[in-house]
Design a protein around this ligand. Sequence first.
Ligand SMILES: [Fe+2]
Length: 335
Amino acid sequence: MKALFSILFISMNSLLFSQEFSLPALPYSYASYEPYIDAQTMEIHHSKHHQAYVTNLNKALAGTKMATLSMNQLLMDASFRSDVVRNNAGGHYNHSLFWEILAPKDKQTSIVQEAFNEAIKAQYGSMDSLKKALTQAASTRFGSGWAWLIVTPDKKLMVTSTGNQDNPIMDISKDRGIPILGIDVWEHAYYLKYQNKRGEYLSGIFNLIDWGIVSDKYTKALIDPLLIEIEKDNWFALKDFHKVMGQTFHPSEEGNLIPLRTRSGELLAKAILLSSSKPPVSKDKPEVHKSLYNLTEQCEKIYELVAKNAKDEVLIKEITKAHDLFHQVQELCHD
Ligand SMILES: [Fe+2]
């Protein structure tokens, strides 16, 4: 009976909290993107390829802890995910963005925000130069992949590219940020009409990019909390310390002090590395350095207490203090 209740409880939980991803409808008919992308390519691309990413993603997540994670969480920790989750989560995210920023010429939003225009001018000189940089990134991407325009954590524009279905939100990407424009350079995006002529497809695709939508995405990305998460995630010393802190503090909360007793030296070493590392530009502030200094001192105290074989309750109190101090640093990083 108890087992039956547990099964019911688990099933209810997954029903309540798990999510299913679904294929977004295209804003226009398949034929609306002619002559730059033919209707048959659009139909196969959307209803078969994109649908397959959605179906395979849902299948891979079903019944796992990942079923409750948001798309951003799935992407951010891509290096910890299986290939099937990484490829299909990326495939779903990337294509959803692609459909959003494409529109037939007569349906395109004409309003491009001034701030976006200014950012393009300041960094690329002109819209034409930006298009050239995107074309270069798209045409030199070896094999299948994407070319991107992203907003980086320091709120700059950047053109970059990734292979397969990876994207710049993922922790495996060299250049990270929030994508505001993506160009699919998989052959399935253009082969029927253009065969191997990727360059011709790229010249065509610029007729379909709705810069008004890209500009709205730029404005939203600048204030998106995800940008701060990516910046923190790129601070490797912070990430490294967090891992050891989690693996020593959480067991001690449950009364298991063995991880802390055996790893207090490692915890201190990671704290020293963190406090001597260079924070990302926007976090390079006196209050962050001060908190890191306090955190290191606290880890040193714990290390000494462990060496003296201090009682469990003393260590629990001190590691809890260290954990609170670390959260102070993390909160400061949200400023
Ligand atoms: Fe595609």
